[in-house]
Ligand binder design. Structure first.
Ligand code: GDP
Length: 229
């Protein structure tokens, strides 16, 4: 409280073209955008009032795709500096969803000791006719109906080892010795691993839908972690 406002760095991750810059612009607002370029980072600063308290977020849009043979200093720097992460994919591009899953695993392994908020964002929700990723994180094109759905809404603790194509739910199958459910295809299994311990929201940067809710959610996640200490 008082005049001191905490400031947090929120790093946007995700494939090129998924809408990271558009989300950052929608967050900052065209009028009040405060574009800073420091050390090659593009950051958008804004103070939000959430639940009657002000918090300043510095949203960093500096993620670059992996290039062959490239030193990954920049990428690992991005994975180190965030107080919170927004991992963006496009609902119209299942490949970007798979990348998001990999990023989630990379991030978790780099920041193992820390409990940093990670929000998974399915952007371009306005493009309903081109949807390739359902809300449950299953591919619509390659959907295999007999598979049990990933337990995204089941409150389970994160697995101790990353999910590697085996069934996602700890204790899946049952004690009666019945045959365990079949393994989902690898991409969906990764999706399961990613979903653990991860908030999720669909947005449309184009329509400004859920963008405010996304960043308010980030603030609440950060505060929850702070209170837990
Ligand atoms: P980035 O490479 O992840 O920063 O993606 P951009 O923000 O540059 O967006 C890539 C393209 O997708 C641009 O043409 C945007 O106008 C478009 N785009 C971004 N967000 C949305 C959205 O929510 N809906 C639609 N229809 N297009 C979007």
């Amino acid at each position: 409280s008082g005049c001191w406002e905490p400031q947090y760095r929120v790093v946007l991750l995700g494939d090129p073209g998924v809408g990271k810059t558009s989300l950052a612009n929608a967050f900052a607002g065209v009028q009040e955008r405060d574009l800073l370029e420091q050390h090659g980072e593009v950051a958008y600063e804004r103070t939000l009032s959430v639940d009657g308290e002000e918090t300043t977020l510095l949203v960093i849009d500096a993620w670059e795709p992996e290039r062959r043979g490239e030193e990954s200093w920049h990428r690992s720097h991005c994975l180190q500096v965030g107080n919170a992460y927004v991992i963006v994919y496009s609902i119209t591009d299942h490949g970007s969803f798979e990348s998001a899953a990999e990023l989630r695993i990379q991030l978790r392994s780099m920041r193992q000791a820390e409990d940093i908020p990670i929000i998974l964002v399915g952007n371009k929700s306005d493009l309903v006719r081109c949807r390739e990723v359902s809300v449950e994180g299953k591919s619509l094109q390659n959907h295999v109906p007999s598979l049990s759905p990933c337990p995204v809404s089941v409150p389970v603790s994160p697995p101790r080892v990353p999910c590697r194509g085996f069934c996602c739910a700890p204790g899946a199958g049952d004690a009666s010795g019945a045959v365990p459910p079949p393994c989902p295809p690898l991409a969906e299994a990764r999706a399961c691993a990613m979903m653990f311990d991860c908030k999720f929201i669909e947005t449309s940067a184009a329509l400004q839908h859920n963008v405010a809710e996304l960043f308010e959610g980030v603030v609440r996640q950060l505060r929850l972690r702070l209170e837990g200490k």
